[in-house]
Design a protein around this ligand. Structure first.
Ligand SMILES: [Zn+2]
Ligand SMILES: [Zn+2]
Length: 254
């Protein structure tokens, strides 16, 4: 164990010499997102109904959309785009995290989520999904990848975010209850909203109902575009008896 961690440190040290890391925000050497830039990431002040986008104080689905999704709500931490649709630091970081396979970005990206959840809890403790009532009934579940895609990428980005969030809030993490049975094409490659719904339909299955029964599930993903993916997860989880299903994501948009 000790040797392994020493070797890891040596290899990180060597890699840092060959490929030094620069902050994606300011270019300072050493970290992918330096602490100064991390603190500067602007949190979304307004949440929205995950289906129609109407403003929602808590991120809960609105009254009109209750029949359209099993998802109780979504909390997004930051904006995908900055002013004038300029690419935000968060968008850049998510892209590199997913497509350049930089696992080290999980921690700073999860930190944006935990900061948002923490702020909301200070503002409205009774409305907080993490700290509100029934604290013992909450579990964290990452949106699963299909095995083929998992093998291709080598990791599930939602898993790594969920690890960090569960650790931070000391909540139980459940990775084996929900599975992806359909290897659909990535939602980001499907333009039309209706096509996206079709693409993801019935993609998930709850394989261990006992683990989610009567639980308030906090689903973790990197980005929610139409919330169709989170909605399908929620459907599978509620079919197995989950009491509530909330999504938490780094960013909304896509
Ligand atoms: Zn920086
Ligand atoms: Zn709505």
């Amino acid at each position: 164990m000790a040797i392994k961690s020493v070797l890891k440190k040596i290899s990180v040290f060597i890699l840092d010499i060959i490929f030094p890391i620069y902050c994606l925000g300011c270019g300072a050497e050493g970290k992918w997102i330096c602490s100064e830039c991390s603190e500067k990431v602007e949190l979304l002040k307004k949440q929205a109904c995950p289906v129609c986008g109407v403003e929602s104080r808590t991120g809960a689905r609105c009254f009109n959309c209750r029949a359209k999704t099993e998802l109780d709500g979504v909390i997004a931490a930051a904006a995908y785009f900055g002013k004038e649709r300029k690419e935000s630091l968060v968008k850049k970081a998510i892209h590199i995290f997913k497509y350049r396979f930089v696992k080290d970005l999980a921690e700073p990206l999860a930190a944006v989520i935990t900061r948002q959840l923490k702020n909301r809890q200070i503002a409205k403790p009774e409305k907080s999904i993490i700290f509100g009532p029934y604290i013992n009934d909450k579990i964290i579940i990452p949106v699963p990848l299909h095995l083929k895609r998992f093998r291709w990428r080598g990791f599930n980005q939602a898993d790594l975010l969920a690890d960090n969030i569960a650790k931070y809030f000391d909540l139980p993490l459940e990775k084996s209850a929900l599975a992806r049975r359909k290897n659909n094409i990535p939602q980001v490659e499907v333009r039309d909203r209706r096509e996206r719904m079709k693409n993801i339909k019935d993609a998930f299955i709850c394989v261990d109902g006992a683990k989610v029964k009567d639980k308030i599930v906090i689903l973790v993903d990197d980005v929610a575009t139409t919330s169709a993916t989170l909605g399908e997860c929620a459907k599978a989880l509620k079919n197995s008896g989950a009491k509530e299903v909330w999504g938490v994501v780094v960013a909304r948009g896509g």
